[in-house]
Design a binder for this molecule. Sequence first.
Ligand code: AMP
Ligand code: MG
Length: 422
Amino acid sequence: MMISVEEALEKVLSFIEVLEPEEKSILACLGQVLAEDIYATNNIPPGDNSAMDGYAVRAEDTIGALESSPKYLAVIEEIAAGSVPTKALLPKTAIRIMTGALLPEGADAVVQFEHTNEVDHCSLLNNLSQIGILREVQKRANVRPRGEDVMEGTLVLSKGTVLRAAEIGMLASLGHTTALVIRRPVVSILATGDELVDTKQLLSPGKIHNSNTYTIAAEVLCYGGIPKILGIGHDSIESLNNKIDESLTSNLLITSGGVSLGNYDVVKDVLMRRGEIALWTICMKPGKPSAFGMIRSKGEKLPHLGLPGNPVSTMVAFEQFARPAILKMAGKKILAKPTIEAVMDEAVVNTDGRRIYARVVVSKKGEEYHACLTGPQGSGILSSMIKANGLAIIPEDTAGVEAGDKVSVQMLDWTENSILEV
Ligand code: AMP
Ligand code: MG
């Protein structure tokens, strides 16, 4: 019996557990999920400091300052970022200060260079004993207060946060060298089929190059997993058993091929002997003969996703089942690809009531998104994926869609520049 994509996904995910945390250097954590709450153990910035290159002053000493009638203050010191003021600011004095330098005691504002007459003098501290202030400043002007960014003691990043560049920078700001993150899932990849040869080999009659291993491995990398390539398994129970043994310590086994009804489609037979098949045949096109099961062997428990061998079926079924499984293991909460509504620019006929994932190019025309098929849609035509930026969903149990109908499109690439404006 065929089951729906949603039902299949729910079943797959019910067998998938979030992996344990690991501690790594912060940069190596990019894209991973934080497994601890991070509290600030210091203020950022640690002290009041200057937001501008200029002069630290007492705001009241600038009252009435004008371009035509500057207020002159005695310059008593210069402080660079990273150094500590040695003097307190007294009335009618100024301290030359650089961006990021600690505000001296007694100062309550900074006047930027452009609002002083320093430019006219074009001079440094040793020959500048006075500075003319050309504008009034308010108290706290151009001062970055202690803790403005982060207050000591507050929760800055919570468990479950995906670490992007900003979060990694924040960890560094707080003085963290490492972070505790959910580890990346190791995904074993096994291509099956006696017709397959590796890229290094020349093709002899009847053979084709194994491409699925590479598309799957690339997708595993894209979604934060670590691919473990097992190479090519033959269509024999013994060959598959040996390969499965190699995969037992990983977190997920993805096979391609061997799950249809053909005589040599032994993946499901092996799976049935070594574990249990949780589901098989899904109401989708391409990707119908996808299998999922748990291999229980030698004390290990390994989820196994059997993708059909046709290159497009492999990719489409990977998107629907493998990607969410990998993301869940990695602690991610958002498992679904972004979907948009688009106008289908051509008709798609649904001949057997399965849900069709049509490869489309989505473009923006005015305010609307439009989707156009990428050409022939055979499940062996990998070029149809190359041109595509989305998968248009033609609902199951319908006769298809007409040109002009609205469809949901699962976006494969979701960046503004992946969508053409036409
Ligand atoms: P199967 O699911 O094993 O019946 O394979 C279906 C189709 O996909 C056949 O035409 C296979 O030759 C092809 N195929 C299977 N595995 C791969 C692979 N790893 N790379 C490229 N094509 C494949
Ligand atoms: Mg095969």
